[in-house]
Design a binder for this molecule. Structure first.
Ligand code: CTP
Ligand code: MG
Length: 184
């Protein structure tokens, strides 16, 4: 495979568990209501909620569990030549739980940092803050991944760039195909 294309696919593949972690809070949004308590326990910082009601323990917990599940699948797929070829991590040498936790927590931590900043600049929970709402989980998970799994800073930049372009392409396509009303 062409090496630039391979680098792009590798950087997408390694963060897929984080991407699913980011979707998990919405997918599990109707279950386990007793866990839907705000992470900030309703507390305020200088008169404004620290994170707001949209950041719940349920989202965090299911995000992490989902990422662990996806890493377990990636470990299984690693024995297959194609997936071996697009892996930057040797999934047989790492702990599925550790890597899953790192990517899931990283994704949701990025999401929390973003919400913290949104509250500080006065944006209400759920208000759009492009492109940070879309990219927060990529930042969070790739920072943790690069630091803990000894990948280079270049891997980090490539992930950000690739997911940003991917996001634009998917959104434009959705808009073009009239699947999506919002233009980003
Ligand atoms: N969610 C959650 N717990 C989390 C993260 C997300 O329960 N830790 C759920 C919430 O229902 C949230 C939805 O997932 O409304 C979408 O999350 P996101 O778009 O990241 O948050 P926003 O609604 O935009 O809230 P904020 O303005 O605080 O970022
Ligand atoms: Mg989010």
């Amino acid at each position: 495979m062409n090496s630039i294309l391979l680098r792009i696919i590798e950087s997408i593949y390694v963060l897929i568990p984080a991407g699913f972690a980011n979707m998990a809070p919405v997918l599990f949004g109707k279950f386990f209501s007793f866990l839907a308590k705000p992470i900030d326990f309703g507390r305020f910082y200088k008169g404004t909620r620290i994170l707001g009601d949209h950041k719940t323990w349920r989202g965090l917990i299911f995000g992490i569990l989902t990422a662990i599940g996806i890493v377990a699948i990636q470990r299984f797929l690693y024995y297959h030549d194609f997936f071996y070829g697009i892996s930057v991590i040797n999934y047989t040498k790492i702990s599925v739980i550790s890597l899953g936790f790192l990517l899931g927590f990283g994704a949701l931590f990025g999401d929390m940092v973003k919400s913290f900043l949104k509250r500080r600049i006065g944006l209400k929970p759920g208000k759009d803050w492009w492109p940070f709402d879309q990219m927060d989980w990529v930042f969070g998970s790739s920072v943790f991944l690069v630091l803990v799994y000894d990948l280079s800073f270049r891997n980090f930049l490539v992930s950000i760039a690739v997911y940003f372009v991917l996001h634009i392409i998917v959104k434009e396509l959705g808009y073009f195909l009239k699947l999506d009303k919002k233009h980003h």
